[in-house]
Design a binder for this molecule. Structure first.
Ligand SMILES: Cc1cc2nc3c(=O)[nH]c(=O)nc-3n(C[C@H](O)[C@H](O)[C@H](O)COP(=O)(O)OP(=O)(O)OC[C@H]3O[C@@H](n4cnc5c(N)ncnc54)[C@H](O)[C@@H]3O)c2cc1C
Length: 374
C-alpha cells in the first residue's frame, strides 16, 4: 500500500526545505522528495550570503528586506551551527555606482548600516575602497547543507524520485506515495505539472571555494562577493552566465582574479571546489508563490477579467491542491524562510497572499492577453 501524506513537497532546494519545515510546524504530515537529493539544484551551489537589497525603495526592495531580516533571525534560531554573522560591506565598483549608492540608494536604505572608509577595512585594496562603502554589521551567510540538514531532521524524505504527479481519485500520486496537496518547489527546472501561464527563466552561475590564510573578517560585495574567512575557507561568487561567456574554468579564474584585486592577501589561494547551478526567476523578479490555478477552467469562467479582479480573488479556480514556490533569483537563502512560511499559511489557513508575490498575477496577465488577442 502506498503511504499517504497531507502534502508532498517536490524539490529539496531551500524553497522546498523551508516550505516543508513550516508545514510540519503547522502539524501537517509532509513528505519532501527530490529527483537527486538534498540541495542538488541551485541551493547547493549558493554562496548563501544574506544580503539586503539596495535600491530606490519600492515593493521589491521592501519584500526583499523584510525577508532578509526574517532570514537572519530564522537561521540564527533554527540552525545556529550553519549561521555565520560576519557582517557585509557593499562597495561601489565604479563612478556610476558611487552616484547610485550615495545619491539614489542611501535615502532608501531600510536596514541598519553605517558608512565605512578604507581605514576601517584595511584588508581591502585601498584603490577598491577609495569611495567608501556601506557596512551592514548584522549581515551573515549560511552553510547551505548544514542548514538544510537541520531543517529537515524531523521530516520524512525520499530521494531519487523524478516526480511526475498524477491526479486520480481525488489524490495526487507520485511514485509509491499519495497526498491531497503537492507543492512544486522545482527551482529553474521544468515544472512537473503543466502550468501554461507561468514561464520560469534561469541564470546559470558558478561559485568557487578557496583555501587561504587571508585575514578577511567581513564579507565583501563589489562586482563579486568574497566571504569572511571561516576555518581557512573563503567563498567567492558568483558568475552570471547569460550568453556564451567562455568556459567554466575561464569564468572561475576571472572570479579569483577579481577577488585578489579586492583582497590582495588572497594571492595564496588554492581552489577547493567549484559549484554551479541555475537560479530561477520570473519576468518581474518577485518571488512567485501560491495556489496553482486551473487554467482551462479559469479561461471559461473568467474570460478576460477586468482590472478589478486582483490576484487571490475567490473566483479563481484552483488546480486540485497544487501549489508553487519559485522565482527566488539570486536570493534564495534570503527569500526561502519567509516565503516558505507564507506558503505554509496559505496551505493550512487559506491565508491571502500579497498581489506582488501571488502566482495569480501571471494567470490574470495571461487571461487578459488572451482576451486582447481574440
Ligand atoms: C552560483 C550561485 C550563487 C548563489 N549565491 C546566492 C547567495 O549568495 N545568496 C542567496 O540567497 N542565493 C544565492 N543564489 C541563489 C539561490 O541558490 C537560489 O535562489 C535558490 O537556491 C533557489 O532555490 P530553489 O529551492 O527554488 O531551487 P533549487 O535549489 O534549484 O531546487 C530545486 C530542486 O528541485 C529538484 N527537482 C526539480 N524537478 C524535480 C522533479 N520533477 N522531481 C523531483 N525533484 C525535482 C531539483 O533536483 C532541485 O534539488 C545563488 C545561486 C547560484 C547558482
Amino acid at each position: 500500500m502506498s503511504k499517504r501524506y497531507d502534502t508532498i513537497v517536490i524539490g529539496a532546494g531551500i524553497a522546498g526545505v523551508s516550505t516543508a519545515f513550516w508545514l510540519q510546524k503547522a502539524k501537517e504530515s509532509v513528505l519532501l522528495i527530490d529527483r537527486k537529493g538534498l540541495l542538488s539544484g541551485a541551493s547547493g551551489a549558493a554562496g548563501a550570503f544574506l544580503s539586503p537589497r539596495l535600491g530606490k525603495g519600492g515593493a521589491l526592495q521592501k519584500i526583499t528586506n523584510d525577508a532578509y531580516r526574517f532570514a537572519l533571525d530564522f537561521y540564527k534560531k533554527e540552525a545556529p551551527e550553519g549561521f555565520f554573522q560576519k557582517g557585509l560591506a557593499r562597495i561601489p565598483k565604479n563612478e556610476e555606482d558611487v552616484e547610485k549608492f550615495f545619491s539614489l540608494y542611501e535615502p532608501h536604505i531600510d536596514v541598519r548600516y553605517r558608512r565605512c572608509e578604507s581605514g576601517d577595512l584595511p584588508f581591502i585594496d585601498k584603490n577598491a575602497m577609495r569611495y567608501g562603502a556601506f557596512c551592514f554589521d548584522h549581515s551573515a551567510f549560511v552553510d547551505p547543507m548544514t542548514v538544510a540538514k537541520k531543517l529537515t531532521e524531523r521530516l520524512d524524505t525520499a530521494w531519487g524520485i523524478d516526480a511526475k504527479p498524477v491526479f486520480k481519485d481525488s489524490l495526487w500520486h507520485i511514485g509509491g506515495y499519495k497526498s491531497s496537496k503537492i507543492v512544486l518547489a522545482t527551482g529553474a527546472q521544468q515544472l512537473p505539472v503543466t502550468i501554461p501561464y507561468i514561464k520560469i527563466g534561469g541564470v546559470w552561475g558558478e561559485r568557487v571555494d578557496v583555501r587561504s590564510e587571508a585575514d578577511i573578517p567581513m564579507t565583501l560585495h563589489r562586482q563579486i562577493s568574497v566571504s569572511a574567512n571561516v576555518g581557512g575557507i573563503v567563498r567567492i561568487g558568483a558568475t552570471h552566465v547569460r550568453e556564451d561567456e567562455g568556459s567554466e574554468i575561464e569564468r572561475v579564474n576571472r572570479l579569483i582574479v577579481d577577488a585578489i584585486e579586492l583582497v590582495p592577501s588572497l594571492a595564496d589561494q588554492r581552489i577547493v571546489r567549484i559549484l554551479a547551478g541555475h537560479r530561477s526567476s520570473v519576468s518581474d523578479h518577485f518571488p512567485l508563490i501560491g495556489a496553482v490555478a486551473d487554467y482551462d477552467l479559469a479561461k471559461k469562467l473568467l474570460k478576460s477579467p477586468s482590472k478589478s479582479v486582483k490576484p487571490e480573488n475567490s473566483s479563481i479556480p484552483s488546480l486540485n491542491g497544487c501549489y508553487i514556490i519559485t522565482g527566488f533569483g539570486g536570493r534564495g537563502f534570503v527569500f526561502g524562510p519567509m516565503m516558505g512560511k507564507i506558503l505554509a499559511e496559505k496551505i493550512t489557513e487559506s491565508a491571502i497572499l500579497s498581489p506582488e508575490i501571488s502566482a495569480d498575477r501571471y494567470l490574470l496577465r495571461a487571461l487578459r492577453k488572451n482576451g486582447q488577442m481574440r
